[in-house]
Design a binder for this molecule. Structure first.
Ligand code: NSP
Length: 226
């Protein structure tokens, strides 16, 4: 099946990332969700780390509000902060509560270095750059899970992790991916020009995207080692 369309800039960066993108979206952890072979303790460990990840990721999207230059940019970033805090994190709270892990325990999860490395890379990219830099660091997270969710919804051979798959394949998450792709196209055009892939900034933006993709691979790997 072909990957969903999340916009022009994203499509180019995804293609430029090459093998790391495949390593991320087809990681053994993902394949374990697909066929249900992923051990449940690894899934819970990942989910606890991911809850901490989403706290810092929501901070990074809040930084996108700060870096926005138009009402439309600010509105799109605010919408993503809300989707992360009000919707995506509910999956983590719900699954962990069902496994006897309280919200307080979840919030107090000690952060693993792979987790810290990823979120602080994204935040630092945003602090030291503009919205185009920040979005290049944020995109692999948002759209990668959209792509994984879509593929797993079509290919899963087990219902063990169906709630997780449905969250990322679902209409709300897919709409967030499309909105992020539109925001990225508009933000790059506004700051760099319509022909942004021909600009001297393009290579650096692709490198940022690729580094974030590699940090996603590291995150899955961390998930396999509770
Ligand atoms: C590490 C990671 N990357 C991406 C996503 C999807 N927002 C997530 N929840 N966690």
């Amino acid at each position: 099946m072909s990957a969903p369309d999340y916009g022009h800039a994203f499509g180019l960066m995804r293609a430029a990332a090459g093998q790391p993108w495949r390593d991320y979206t087809r990681h053994a952890f993902v394949e374990g969700i697909k066929d249900g072979s992923l051990p449940h303790d690894a899934f819970l460990h990942y989910l606890r780390q991911d809850y901490v990840f989403l706290i810092h990721f929501a901070r990074a999207w809040a930084l996108a509000v700060v870096k926005g230059q138009t009402h439309a940019e600010m509105l799109a970033a605010v919408g993503t902060v809300n989707a992360l805090v009000a919707e995506e994190m509910q999956l983590h709270i719900g699954v962990c509560e069902a496994a006897g892990i309280s919200k307080d325990a979840l919030f107090a999860t000690p952060e693993r270095p792979e987790n810290l490395a990823y979120t602080r890379f994204v935040l630092e990219t945003g602090y030291s750059g503009d919205l185009a830099d920040l979005l290049a660091a944020l995109a692999p997270c948002v759209m990668g899970y959209g792509e994984i969710g879509t593929r797993l919804a079509a290919e899963a051979t087990s219902d063990r992790y169906r709630d997780w798959i449905d969250t990322y394949a679902g209409a709300e998450y897919q709409a967030a991916c499309k909105a992020a792709g539109e925001l990225m196209d508009q933000a790059l055009t506004r700051r760099i020009g319509a022909d942004f892939e021909a600009s001297p900034r393009w290579e650096r933006l692709c490198r940022t995207f690729c580094t974030a993709t590699e940090l996603e691979v590291g995150f899955w790997q961390m998930g396999l080692t509770p």
